[in-house]
Structures are given as C-alpha cells and as structure tokens.
Design a protein around this ligand. Structure first.
Ligand code: URA
Length: 306
C-alpha cells in the first residue's frame, strides 16, 4: 500500500492532485460563510419539520383503503401505533435517523428484492425504483436520482444519498461535493465518460439526514442489482454509510478506508476500495491527503487489471 510519497512519480502526481483540487486546498476550496451555513441548516430543519408534520397529518386523515404512500408502515401489523420513520423517535436527535428495524420492513425488503432481481437492464431497474412504494423518502424527494456517467465504465463510484442540488437536478454528485469528486476522479484520469456514479439511496433524505437502517435495508437489493448490471472492474465506496452498508461492516470509515475488500455479485468478486466522502473532505481538508492515497491505490489496481 502507498502510504507515503516515495518516488518522484508519486510526488509529481501529488502536486497534480493539489493543483486539481485548487491552490487553497489546505484551507478549503471556497470561502465558507459559517453563519449562513448554520442559518441554512436551521431553515432546512424547520422545513423538514413542516414536511413531516404535513405527511403525518395526511396519514392521519387517510382512509384505511387509501394508500399511505409507504408500504413500510402499511405492511406493519403495528402500523397504527408506530411513528413515521422520518419523525424523530424517543431520545433521537432531530436530523438523526432512527436506528431500529421496523417489523414491517422485512416484507418490504422482500418486495424490493423481487423487483430488483427482475430488472434486466438499468432502464428496468430505474423503472422498478420509480414504482417501488416501500420507501417513504420518495414522498419528500423531488427526484429519483438514479446514476450518471458511463454504465460501461471501468470504475463505479457509490455515495450515500442525493443532497439538495442532486435532488433538484436529478443527477448524483452535482453539488459542491460532486465538484470535488470530479476533481478527485480527474486526478487519476477518470471522469464521467469512463466511470459510473450512483448512491446507495436514490432519494434525498429530508434535511440531508443520514439514511435510517430500514431505508438502507429496503433499498439494498436495488443497489446490489445496480452493481450487478453495471458490472464494473472496480468499486469505490464514498464515505462510511456506503462502505458499511455494502461491506456489511460496523467499522468506521477511518478503519475501512485505504484497504481493498471485495463485493460479490453473481459469484464474481469485485475489488472495492472505501475512501472518504468528498463532503467530509470539504469540511476536513487535512484528510484530502488520505483520500489521495486511496485514489492512488485505485489507479494502481486499475492499471493492474487492464
Ligand atoms: N452526497 C452523496 O453521497 N451523494 C450525492 O449524490 C451527493 C452528495
């Protein structure tokens, strides 16, 4: 593993990487107005609260024969007494996902598995997601953010979930984190014409909260089939949520990153590298060096597979 810069070639590549990331990368890519940032987050939390209250009013007013939008709760025998998965649970901080598996989730996961397995093409899979009623995130999201780039690409990058910009445009990684991801890819001669980008979740969680265990579990069959259909040479998991979900691990990203693991689809073991999420790198630029080491690993592995 390349832990340090050991050759002139690595040094040249490192300088190129810093160039691609912007000369101020030791500080940050853009000046940040922290006051505006916290005000924006407060506004987002307030509007997520309003949306949750409206959704819960709608559910309370829905007649029993009316679809509730989420089979997650409609399939649960205890659904009348269960709070919405998007509403804060007892002891849960707002913005944090509830960490329990709803008893109704198992049948939703089974539905997801069947729908995903039937998809023979990416277009089928997108359509299957569009018709999947198991996940209430669909209700608050504006777009289904499926994937971007070249489905015949050698590398498939997988992040967590769309953010605000992605939800508005319907394309993964187009906001600030996405712009950094593009720079990271360029530094190892990858881009959206030779790689494919998606997320473990196709819908934006309200207020950009972390997806719950239930949401990740019910959408897992779709991302699994997505990987199977793209069938890339290499996988890159961006951030802890994607890495933990796809590697079925509880280890933190700082332990998972930089190590090759495999992800198995149709009996084929695809080499998978976990690295730091570009949004994290924007907040913690000192960690860009670690991400660079991971990317060098990806570039080297790709060379060895060509
Ligand atoms: N963060 C992600 O994980 N995915 C996106 O598409 C955008 C931001």
């Amino acid at each position: 593993m390349l832990n340090t810069v050991t050759s002139a070639h690595d040094l040249a590549a490192l300088i190129e990487w810093y160039g691609a990331m912007g000369a101020d990368c030791a500080l940050d890519d853009l000046p940040q107005d922290r006051f505006e940032e916290s005000q924006r987050q407060a506004r987002e939390r307030a509007s997520a609260r309003t949306a949750r209250a409206a959704a819960s009013d709608n559910r309370a007013n829905a007649s029993p024969s009316q679809p509730v939008g989420s089979t997650l709760t409609s399939k649960s025998s205890s659904n009348q007494s269960r709070p919405s998965l998007n509403a804060p649970q007892h002891g849960q901080q707002e913005g944090q996902a509830p960490a329990f598996l709803n008893p109704g989730s198992a049948s939703v996961v089974e539905d997801a598995r069947q729908m995903a397995a039937q998809a023979q093409t990416l277009a089928d899979l997108r359509q299957a997601l569009a018709t999947f009623e198991g996940c209430s995130l669909k209700l608050s999201a504006k777009s289904l953010v499926f994937g971007d780039g070249n489905p015949d690409g050698e590398v498939m990058f997988i992040g967590e979930a769309p953010g605000r910009d992605e939800d508005l445009q319907g394309i993964p990684f187009v906001g600030r984190a996405g712009q950094l991801l593009d720079k990271m890819m360029t530094a190892i001669k990858l881009d959206r014409s030779n790689s494919y980008i998606t997320n473990i979740l196709p819908w934006r969680p309200p207020g950009n909260r972390k997806p719950s265990i239930d949401e990740q579990a019910m959408l897992q069959p779709f991302i699994h089939r997505h990987i199977e259909l793209v069938n890339p040479k290499l996988l890159v998991f961006l951030g802890g949520t994607a890495a933990q979900q796809l590697l079925d691990s509880k280890e933190g990203i700082m332990r998972l990153r930089g190590r090759w693991r495999t992800y198995t689809v149709s009996g084929r073991e695809i080499p998978a590298m976990s690295t730091l999420h570009p949004a994290f790198l924007l907040r913690t630029p000192a960690q860009k060096r670690a991400a660079w080491q991971d990317l060098l690993e990806v570039a080297a592995k790709l060379d060895s597979l060509r």
